[in-house]
Design a protein around this ligand. Sequence first.
Ligand code: 0A1
Ligand code: ZN
Length: 877
Amino acid sequence: MDIARTPDMADAAPEPHDPVTIRREDYQPFGWLVPEVALDFDLGLETTRVTARLTLARNAKAPRAEAIRLNGDELEPVSVKRDGEVVNDWHRDGADLIVPLSGDAHALEIVTEVAPAKNTKLMGLYASSGMLCTQCEAEGFRRITFFPDRPDVLSTYRVRMSGDKATFPVLLSNGNPEASGEGDNGTHWAEWHDPWPKPSYLFALVAGDLVANSSSFTTMSGREVALNIYVREGDLPRTGHAMDSLKASMRWDEETFGREYDLDVFNIVAVSDFNMGAMENKGLNVFNTKYVLADPETATDADFDAVAGVIAHEYFHNWSGNRVTCRDWFQLSLKEGFTVLRDQLFSQYMGSDAVKRIEDVRVLRAAQFPEDSGPLAHPIRPDSYREISNFYTATVYNKGAEVIRMMRTMAGEEAFRKGSDLYFDRHDGEAATCEDFVRAMEDGAGLDLKQFRLWYSQAGTPKVRAQLTHEGNTATLHLSQIVPPTPGQPEKQPMPIPLKVALFDRASGERGEEHLLVLDKEEASFAFAGFAALPALSINRGFSAPVSIEREVAREELVFLAAHDDDPFARYEAMQDLIVGHLVDAIEGRLDEAQRAAGRADIAGALGAVLRDAALDDLMRGELLVLPGEGYLAEQQTVADPGKIHAERRALRAYLGAQLASDFTALYERAAKVPFALDAEASGARKIKTQALVYLAASDPARAAELAAQQYDMADNMTDRQGALMVLAGLDSPERTHKLLDFYNRYQGNALVIDKWFALQAGSLHPNVLEHVRALAKHPDFTLSNPNRVRSLYMAMAVNPQAFHAADGAGYAMIADLILALDPINPQTAARFVPPLGRWRRIEPLRAEQMRAQLERIAAAGNLSRDTQEQVARSLG
Ligand code: 0A1
Ligand code: ZN
């Protein structure tokens, strides 16, 4: 046995590392190239032994180094060999291993041992219901072996693994399978080789008792690719939709971006313990079961869409992320923003273009706008971080996608494709930067993006003021912009903001030409001739820029646009603006009774028209029926009172439910007759059916409870069943208890559906929701060790305004307790609960003080993870 360490070294505990701030401007290329990596795994759930062999060559592009720094995290070296000889001249720097190297080329062999069953962080190699799997992005590979764990070190990997055949009948890694065979004592082994150089964060290994849904795909150049989706045996019948989505993604990427798949196999594995949605490891995507498994009995229409979207997202990373990867983690949006845009375009193509765009904007406003206006605001390309896991944010992902979408809007589809082709050509096999992408777009798409680069460096959601005036036969649009100050960025420069606009003649309802205006100064005016009277303004059509538009606009104009605008997003927006304007006035106490009545009546009129408009499809009708969320309403105020927002919004829904009761009932009855199918017509019917119930529940709870119970009993699919139970969960009716119990009994043992059961109760409108959450936390099915389960209870509560913002602060205390309990188990997931508390500066003083106090309480606890510590410090700072 190789004993490379002296006893005194073995006893010396690694120094606890101070949390260090990493800065983008400090980037240095690594001193060594690692062209080849060979990994040998002796697999065990309790202990896995890893032998890593690295070939090293000096990097001519970096300053000369006399040693190599290999990152580690909770690792001890069992042995270190340099050029075939056991050495002990290495030393530790914190968790890292430093090995002296004097020549120009070396071979290192390092043995480590890891304990997968004890790995509750779910980073590195861990056990999940009896199988072994890995998660290496961003910095998990260093929990497996000592390695330069940075995305600009690219290597080809050869992997050999052996283990007990009964425990691990399936052995998978990246690339193509090369060989396999039987070993001693009931073991077997397999070898995999990935010919494409990749960074360590794309490494993956899976070993377990799995079965596959297998199929194949013929690529555009006629190559046959074997496709496998690996799951636990009982889950096989729920993999069909994922397989269909994968094939559709592969075809779409060929047709839309000219991207072909590049290995003989493409494997997907579903695991039930996973910190995020899924991971794009080369040739071996690892997925949270939530984004693979779907059948009508256990998954809603929204779940089906989410599966298709995530399958596409991970597949598209094969080019945007893997073939062209990131130089450093500051460039994360290079792969994530682009890939989110690609999956959004795919979903627009697969389903309803308009509805998908509206949903994406809703997500942006609910998740990214608050981030951009709070203490955690950062540019899509951040300048510094302490823990990179905290930067997998809505800003990097969703705003990142909007930024690239703006380039596409300005260039047009064809030129954009030329830009993306050039980007992939130029940087294939490289670790690139956001700047490389922008340059390829300039050169390939013919855009001038000098000023546009500000979208990468400035945080904050720009506010655009718009005012339309009219004189003679000319309408003039006056635009101005403000980019608000954000942490570390007190002063901002004006950004180029592409706005699609159109003007409507109010008398005829006719629309003039659509224009793409680019506002690139603080202020600008644009004149439009040919209007005898003041037209109606449709602005930011299709949400062409991720900004908020502020304008004085008469309610009649919004009512007009809500009925006439031919841009579906703009129509939705007019409806939202109408409601937001009224609610904010009401919340801020600006309305007397008569004004309130007039405002409500206009909304009821517009909504009634939506309910009755025969030209609308139901999926789109469903979008127009959604009331603006409480978080979005809070965003419209400098300081928000969540209690008032909740009460006003709820009262408006009750009013609308009562006022339009017969329309909602008619709609409900029509929709209830549509038989189950997975097409747009039937899923549209399901969507509006439950929405009608939600409105009716607000105005006539007893009748709604009856209808919901009936819908629950008759349901032949999860969308109807979950929708009915969601309504019941918010009501105080005996049916509530019966149906919740029935649901639990019916789906006991199906973790994803039991997650829904927790989430429905924690997200409910029931007045005792916090008591329910407290009780559910003690339920035998609840555990802190499964991230899906934790999110289903506590994230559902944290985004449920009436629970989280309970006036006595009990919601805040509960989230703080959770963070403290979860942090030692799974810091990544714990840290994701900090941002809701971090909003305190924008909340009324009594609640703000309670939120801040909970953050202080967390900060005062010793031994916080770097993840949680960074988020709490930024939230208080
Ligand atoms: N790259 C993945 C996201 C991801 C990031 C970190 C993870 O660690 C737990 C897992 C997944 C994606 O964009 O899908
Ligand atoms: Zn991604």
